[in-house]
Design a protein around this ligand. Structure first.
Ligand SMILES: NC(=O)c1ccc[n+]([C@@H]2O[C@H](COP(=O)([O-])OP(=O)(O)OC[C@H]3O[C@@H](n4cnc5c(N)ncnc54)[C@H](O)[C@@H]3O)[C@@H](O)[C@H]2O)c1
Length: 249
């Protein structure tokens, strides 16, 4: 039996959206367990704060919707660490809260650009770098919205459903290699992203959770870090629920 401790020693990670929320929490855990981390985020101020909160991390200002910028940042991270083992794709935005027929076209495109194309751009850039060592752990942060659809969140729900599909495809493509690809589908948990939503939408989402409470960022990061670790060896192309009982599939 292998007992793992210091799960991330010798491991190098990129975390998109790493300046805040679950990405930042996961960064703290990976560093505490011996890993090296580069945080990607478009919010320069939040990146600086995260670098103070998690000493030792590298940071890069990256818009995940910009495929060329993502490719450059991936090469830079690989050059800095000499390897790339872990991707946590956590960057995301909610977009406006509105019915589909009232949804502004430019907002629809931006949500899909960040929440779906951002995951595509990032996975596309890092997979060849992981294959150099035939080892990798990719954890895409989808959402319960991608399984069930939340009303007044059609762009977000559609993008997150697509991330689940992308994860299934990529996981199968890489199954014969040492790279595992999984996603998580959290129900609502407390993080700064909730400031993008009206209270009525948060109340609706809380009402759907049988545990009767929102999740904590630490609870989600704990699952994410297991999926990012070597211990996650026989799961790939899979979708992991963390929803207080909201979705049981
Ligand atoms: N909090 C929830 O209730 C919840 C539930 C399900 C899924 N999620 C998903 O979890 C992930 C993490 O969200 P969080 O709750 O930690 O929110 P958060 O707002 O704390 O973190 C998201 C980070 O992504 C960054 N970001 C946004 N757009 C970006 C872009 N184009 N390029 C680079 N960085 C960008 C933000 O600046 C922020 O630092 C998101 O994908 C979100 O959709 C959140």
């Amino acid at each position: 039996m292998t007992i793992y401790s210091g799960r991330f020693q010798q491991r190098a990670a990129v975390i998109t959206g790493g300046a805040s929320g679950v990405g930042r929490e996961a960064a703290g855990r990976i560093v505490a367990e011996g890993g090296q981390v580069c945080l990607w985020d478009w919010d320069q101020k939040a990146l600086a704060e995260a670098a103070r909160a998690v000493p030792g991390v590298l940071t890069a200002q990256v818009d995940v919707a910009d495929a060329d910028g993502v490719a450059r940042a991936a090469e830079e991270a690989f050059a800095s660490f000499g390897r790339l083992d872990i991707l946590i794709a956590s960057a995301g935005i909610t977009g406006p809260t509105a019915t589909l027929w009232e949804y502004p076209v430019k907002d629809w495109r931006r949500v899909v650009d960040v929440d779906l194309h951002g995951v595509f751009n990032t996975c596309r850039a890092v997979v060849p770098l992981m294959l150099k060592n035939d080892y990798g752990r990719i954890v895409n942060i989808a959402s319960v919205a991608g399984k069930e659809g939340n009303p007044n969140a059609s762009a977000y729900s559609a993008a997150k459903a697509a991330v689940i599909g992308l994860t299934k495809s990529l996981g199968k493509e890489l199954a014969p290699t040492g790279v595992r690809v999984n996603c998580v589908t959290p129900a609502t948990f407390k993080s700064p992203i909730l400031a993008q939503l009206p209270q009525s939408q948060i109340d609706y989402m809380r009402s759907k959770i049988p545990m009767g409470r929102l999740g904590e960022v630490e609870e989600v990061a704990s699952l994410v870090c297991w999926l990012a670790s070597e211990e996650c060896s026989f799961s790939t192309a899979a979708t992991f629920d963390i929803s207080g009982g909201r979705t049981t599939y």
